[in-house]
Design a protein around this ligand. Structure first.
Ligand code: GLU
Length: 571
C-alpha cells in the first residue's frame, strides 16, 4: 500500500505541469527525513514551511509560513480570518505548551443570538453564512505570540512565500477545485462567486491559475506592521464593515472588539497511556480531555485487543469514546466562563471507574456523563458536523522543536464572506445555538468575550524518557477526537507507521451509532458489530485530514491523509 502510494505520488510529481510552483505533488510522502520534517495539507504550504526550516527557522517559523500559504491555497479550511490552537514541544526545556488563538465572541454576542424572531433555534446552514457567526479572528495574534517566544527568523521573512504565490498565482489544487464544485450554497454568496467562479458561472477548475493580490496586500501590511496592522486600522475597519453589511445575517462586531483580542498561552492537557505520555489541547477545546480519557480507559485492555481494525479494537474504542463524548457534552466550555473540572475529568481513578463500565462483549448504547471528583458545569453541546473548514499541520525542526497546529475557519469557506483576500470564520456557530437544553442552561452558549467549545486536538506523544515520539492532529469537527485516538492507538498498539495509521479506514463513535467508513475492512466488521448490539452508520468518506510525524531511529517518518492533498517533506 505504501509503495503503491509512493509510486503514485512519484508518477503525479513527474506528470503534472507544476512549473515553478510546487516541488511536490499532492499525496507525496517522503519516506524518511534525518533532521527536519513538515506534514501539512497542501504541497505549496509545506514547501513554504520547509523553506523556512532550511533558512534556519524554527518549527514555529515554519508553521507560520505554512499557515499564510494555506490561507491562499486552501482558503476553504483555514486562514488569517480564522482561529487556531498550537501545541509546542520545546526540546531545550523539555516542556510542552499550547497557544490559544481561538476566535472570541464580540461584545454584541447574546445567548439567544442564533434563535429566529419566533424563538426557534436556527439550523446551522441558516446561521453560518454572513456576519453574525463571525468570531474575532485569532490566528495572527496567536502566531505573533508564538513567534515572539519561539521564532528565529524575522516575522516579515515568514510572509514572503505566501505573498509571492498570491501575487504570481498558483494552480488550483484538487481539494480546492472539488470544494468549489461541491459547495453549491457558496455559489450564491457574492464573494465566493466573484473569486471562484468564471463570468459564465462555471467554477474554477483544478490546474487553473488563481491569483489573490488583495491577500498579498493584506500580508504585506501585517508583515511590516505586525498584528497591530490586522487588529486595528484599515484591515480591522474592513472586517467590521464586512460583518455589519454582510449579504445575510449581519453581525455587530466593532473596532473595539478587534482591538481587544488577546491570544493565550495555556498549559496543555496531558495524561498517561501505558508507557507513554500524551499531551493535547485543553479547554476551550474538548480534544485533550477526551483523548486522555479515551486512551486512559483503553489502558484497561491489553495491546493485543487493540490491534487496528479488529473487532475488539473497534468495539473497545467505540465504548471508551461513548463515555468520553458524554463527558465532553456535559462538562466542557470556555474555562473563563465555566468551571471546567479538568483535573477531575482526567483523574486516574475517575477514568478507571469509567473504564469499568465497558463490556468487552456488548455495546453500552448511549453513555451518560460521569460524576468526576470536582464541581462541574452545566450542559455544553457543540453540534458541528464534520466538514472541510479546518486543517492540521505537524512540523519538527533541527533542534527537535515540535509544532502541532490545528487551524480553522470552522465551515467550508467559513462564513462565506471575504475581506481583503481572506475569508472570515463562522466559529460562533461552534457555540450551542440553543442556550437552554432540557431545561438546563447551556455552558457553551454564546456570550460576549467567550470562546466557543472546540474539538481541535493537536496532539504530541512522548516516550518513557519524556522525549518526543509522535505528533498528529486532524480536521473533522467533533469527529477529530475519534480520528486522532484511532491513529494514536494504531501507531502505539498496532505498530503502524504514521502513513499506515492515517490511511486506515475510519471507525468512530460520537456517543451515537458507530460510524464506519465504507471499506472492505468495515464491510466485514459491520455484521459482527451489529451482533454485539451496535447500531451502525456507514459513511462514504470520512472528513479526516490527519498529518503526523513520528520519531524513528536516526530521524523521522510522517504521514499525510490521502483524503486530502497533504504531503510530508523534509531533509
Ligand atoms: N470548528 C470545529 C472545532 O473547533 C472544527 C471544524 C472542522 O474540523 O472542520 O471543533
Amino acid at each position: 500500500m505504501r509503495n503503491f502510494r509512493l509510486l503514485l505520488s512519484l508518477f503525479l510529481a513527474l506528470s503534472l505541469p507544476l512549473g515553478a510552483f510546487a516541488q511536490t505533488a499532492p499525496g507525496f510522502v517522503k519516506p524518511f527525513a534525518k533532521e527536519q520534517m513538515v506534514a501539512a495539507a497542501n504541497p505549496l504550504a509545506a514547501d513554504a514551511g520547509l523553506e523556512m526550516l532550511r533558512a534556519g527557522g524554527s518549527a514555529v517559523d515554519a508553521a507560520i509560513a505554512v499557515q499564510l500559504v494555506l490561507g491562499l491555497v486552501e482558503p476553504e479550511s483555514s486562514g488569517i480570518g480564522g482561529g487556531a490552537f498550537m501545541l509546542l514541544f520545546d526540546p531545550k526545556t523539555k516542556k510542552t505548551t499550547s497557544f490559544d488563538g481561538r476566535e472570541v465572541a464580540p461584545a454584541s454576542a447574546r445567548p439567544d443570538m442564533f434563535l429566529d424572531p419566533d424563538g426557534k433555534v436556527r439550523t446551522k446552514p441558516q446561521a453560518i453564512p454572513g456576519g453574525l457567526s463571525v468570531g474575532i479572528p485569532g490566528v495572527i495574534a496567536m502566531l505573533e505570540l508564538a513567534h515572539s517566544k519561539h521564532g528565529k527568523l524575522p516575522w516579515a521573512r515568514l510572509f514572503a512565500p505566501a505573498i509571492k504565490l498570491a501575487d504570481e498565482g498558483f494552480p488550483v489544487g484538487p481539494k480546492l477545485a472539488r470544494t468549489i464544485r461541491n459547495f453549491k450554497r457558496g455559489a450564491n454568496m457574492p464573494d465566493i462567486k466573484a473569486r471562484f467562479y468564471h463570468a459564465d458561472g462555471t467554477p474554477l477548475e483544478q490546474g487553473e491559475i488563481y491569483k489573490n493580490p488583495d491577500y498579498a496586500d493584506s500580508l504585506r501590511k501585517i508583515a511590516s506592521g505586525g498584528s497591530k496592522a490586522f487588529y486595528t486600522g484599515e484591515i480591522a475597519q474592513a472586517i467590521v464593515d464586512k460583518v455589519r453589511t454582510a449579504p445575510v445575517n449581519q453581525g455587530g462586531m466593532t473596532l473595539a472588539d478587534l482591538a481587544s483580542f488577546k491570544p493565550l498561552e495555556r498549559a496543555p492537557v496531558c495524561g498517561p497511556y501505558r508507557i507513554w505520555r500524551v499531551c493535547s489541547m485543553g479547554p476551550p477545546s474538548s480534544g485533550g480531555i477526551a483523548i486522555v480519557q479515551i486512551l486512559g480507559m483503553l489502558q484497561r485492555f491489553p495491546s493485543s485487543e487493540l490491534q487496528p481494525g479488529t473487532l475488539s479494537e473497534v468495539h473497545l474504542r467505540a465504548q471508551a469514546s461513548r463515555l468520553a463524548y458524554a463527558d465532553r457534552a456535559r462538562f466542557i466550555a470556555d474555562p473563563a466562563f465555566v468551571k471546567v473540572p479538568v483535573k477531575g475529568l482526567i483523574d486516574k481513578d475517575y477514568i478507571a471507574s469509567r473504564a469499568a463500565l465497558i463490556d468487552p462483549a456488548k455495546d453500552m448504547g448511549t453513555a451518560s456523563a460521569g460524576n468526576p471528583p470536582e464541581k462541574h458545569a452545566a450542559f455544553s453541546p457543540q453540534r458541528s458536523p464534520a466538514n472541510h473548514g479546518t486543517s492540521h499541520m505537524t512540523l519538527v525542526d533541527k533542534t527537535g522543536q515540535v509544532v502541532a497546529m490545528t487551524t480553522s475557519v470552522e465551515s467550508v469557506f467559513g462564513a462565506n464572506i471575504m475581506v481583503r483576500g481572506f475569508f472570515l470564520n463562522n466559529t460562533l456557530t461552534d457555540f450551542s445555538l440553543n442556550p437552554v437544553l432540557d431545561g438546563l442552561p447551556v455552558a457553551n452558549a454564546p456570550a460576549p468575550g467567550k470562546r466557543p467549545l472546540s474539538a481541535m486536538s493537536p496532539t504530541i506523544v512522548f516516550d518513557q524518557n519524556g522525549d518526543f515520539l509522535l505528533s498528529v492532529g486532524s480536521p473533522g469537527g467533533p469527529a477529530i477526537i475519534g480520528y486522532v485516538t484511532q491513529t494514536v492507538v494504531a501507531m502505539l498498539d498496532g505498530g503502524k507507521t504514521p502513513s499506515e495509521a492515517i490511511t486506515l479506514p475510519r471507525q468512530l463513535n460520537l456517543n451515537s451509532p458507530t460510524r464506519l467508513e465504507k471499506s472492505a475492512v468495515n464491510d466485514a466488521l459491520e455484521p459482527q458489530l451489529k451482533a454485539m448490539g451496535h447500531s451502525v452508520t456507514v459513511v462514504m468518506g470520512e472528513g479526516s485530514g490527519l498529518h503526523g510525524i513520528r520519531k524513528v531511529k536516526g530521524g523521522y517518518i510522517g504521514g499525510a491523509d490521502p483524503r486530502r492533498d497533504g504531503v510530508v517533506i523534509g531533509d
